[in-house]
Design a binder for this molecule. Structure first.
Ligand SMILES: [Zn+2]
Length: 511
């Protein structure tokens, strides 16, 4: 008898999660809240088949066909190779008119298990090139698009790159070949608007513990844009009040639900909602730190297969077109705001704290299949406060043998020069006064947590020492990688190993 119970127990333990993974969304939820958008034309490869997603051969023949049909407007190139040797395509779209244009970067499929992002990009290409309503946009915007950024992951519908790295945590340490290729192409293109399309998991583990029998997310789309205080305030405002606001209005008029991006995490055993982005390791903030108007879109889709697939592609499409239209209608304003942002000389916010406050989230109660207002605690990155603040140096010096760090700075679009002769310069040196090294790896690195004291002196630097001036467009990203306490810095990620009482090979120029 006992044996039977044990067997039953193990059968339940092993089959229930498997079933839940296969079909995590009830037909009731789909029917009530997420009916599919049948009007969408079946023009992209995955939409032309009943099962599965666009594979590499289908992707390439789809892109090549578009290039053959519209050679005057679209060019196909490759930014590099995936770890498994697949060329990563990029499309450049423009017209020959000599009107000033806003350069818009778009990417999909950075996480390989978010298929509506790639399919949405392919649908956007089709519409811009074939729908007379959209083609005039190319007179005011030029586009660089990478529709399948993480090809190896995508072909297995796996979030990660082939070596297990999360490509959207790799944007300051730049360790995966895909991130390096993307960053190089992004930096060469010099976008004024940078968009990253994703999907999110509407059934999070934490959600099962909320309300009586769990909740699922109500939002067709969420907007992740930066609250990082080193991003000039005028660009944060322009992103939010112009681009995000107009896209939200478009979703409203299409009866699609939206919210600023929230995810959950446990803090002292309690589930809190994180809102917004401040971390330079991820695209939304990383792109903004180079004075680019930046948004990461999260469409409701991970883990639900092809449920409501056309609705998800349509949502992706509406968001992309809204941003393109906003850019097209505001060419002069955007260029002027970026110029103003670049002229700013703000203090450096090395670390910041999120505002923690009670709020409510509109969500779907799984027990009653109705919309409820759930009381929650929000840790809001869109309302963050400066914590550790330092004066803005006129530049940084880095020892000549730190070539790997210099390569990363250049990939991030930072201009670097070298001292033409030996020079005495007034600097602040960093002395490490507190040091902790994580024993468990994060993204294959042992994170370091440090505190430093700044020691002023006049020091002699040899010819060939690297010099990075802070009066340049991409200055804000420099602070995030070089100030050692910054959460995604070269020191924090363990790219520059140090120890207590050591001096760093980085110096702040003070005169
Ligand atoms: Zn993602």
């Amino acid at each position: 008898m006992m044996k039977h119970y044990i067997l039953l127990f193990f059968t339940l333990v092993y089959t229930l999660p498997a079933l839940a993974q296969l079909n995590p969304q009830s037909k009731k939820v789909t029917k009530t809240f997420f009916s599919d958008y049948e009007a969408l034309e079946n023009v992209t490869p995955a939409l032309q088949k009943k099962k599965g997603y666009t594979n590499y051969e289908e992707l390439m023949s789809y892109l090549k066909a578009l290039v053959a049909q519209h050679p005057e407007n679209i060019r196909l190139d490759f930014i590099g190779e995936s770890q498994k040797g697949k060329d990563i395509p990029v499309l450049y779209l423009t017209t020959n008119t000599d009107t000033p244009k806003i350069k818009v970067w778009m990417q999909g499929g950075l996480h390989g298990n978010e298929p509506a992002s790639t399919e949405g990009m392919l649908y956007v290409l089709h519409q811009i090139l074939n729908n007379p309503k959209y083609k005039p946009l190319l007179d005011n915007v030029s586009i660089a698009m990478v529709p399948m950024a993480n090809i190896d992951g995508y072909l297995k519908q796996d979030r990660y790159a082939a070596n297990g790295l999360d490509l959207n945590r790799d944007q300051t340490k730049l360790m995966a070949p895909e991130t390096v290729a993307l960053k190089r192409a992004f930096t060469d293109f010099k976008p004024e608007v940078g968009l990253d399309f994703h999907e999110y998991r509407p059934y999070r583990k934490d959600f099962m513990q909320l309300s009586d029998f769990g909740i699922t997310s109500l939002f067709d789309a969420m907007f992740l844009y930066t609250g990082n205080l080193n991003v000039p305030e005028n660009l944060r405002t322009l992103t939010n009040t112009l681009f995000v606001a107009q896209a939200k209005a478009v979703l409203d008029s299409n009866n699609l639900k939206h919210h600023d991006y929230v995810s959950t995490g446990k803090f002292n055993g309690e589930i809190h909602f994180n809102q917004g982005s401040t971390n330079a390791r991820s695209s939304a903030t990383n792109y903004a730190l180079t004075n680019t108007i930046s948004t990461l879109f999260e469409i409701r889709g991970v883990g639900i297969g092809r449920t409501s697939f056309k609705r998800r592609i349509q949502t992706t499409f509406l968001l992309a077109m809204s941003y393109l239209e906003t850019a097209s209608a505001n060419v002069t304003l955007i260029k002027e705001e970026i110029k103003q942002a670049t002229a700013q000389q703000n203090e450096v916010v090395v670390t910041s704290k999120k505002t923690i406050a009670p709020a409510t989230i509109t969500t779907i109660d799984l027990d009653t299949n109705t919309i409820i207002e759930l009381p929650v605690t929000i840790r809001d990155g869109l309302r963050s406060q400066p914590d550790l603040v330092r004066s803005r140096p006129t530049g940084y010096l880095i020892d000549a043998n730190e070539t790997a760090l210099i390569e990363k700075l250049k990939l991030l679009g930072v201009l670097v020069s070298t001292l033409p002769e030996t020079q005495e310069i007034n600097v602040e040196s960093y002395r490490v006064t507190a040091y902790k090294r994580a024993s468990k790896k994060y993204e294959k690195m042992n994170l370091q947590t440090v505190e430093t004291a700044l020691e002023p002196s006049s020091k002699t630097f040899p010819m060939g020492t690297y010099k990075i001036e802070t009066n340049q467009k991409n200055a804000s990203i420099i602070f995030e990688v070089l100030e050692p306490e910054a959460p995604n810095s070269f020191v924090s990620f363990g790219l520059l190993n140090t120890q207590k009482e050591a001096y760093l090979p980085i110096y702040r120029i003070t005169n």
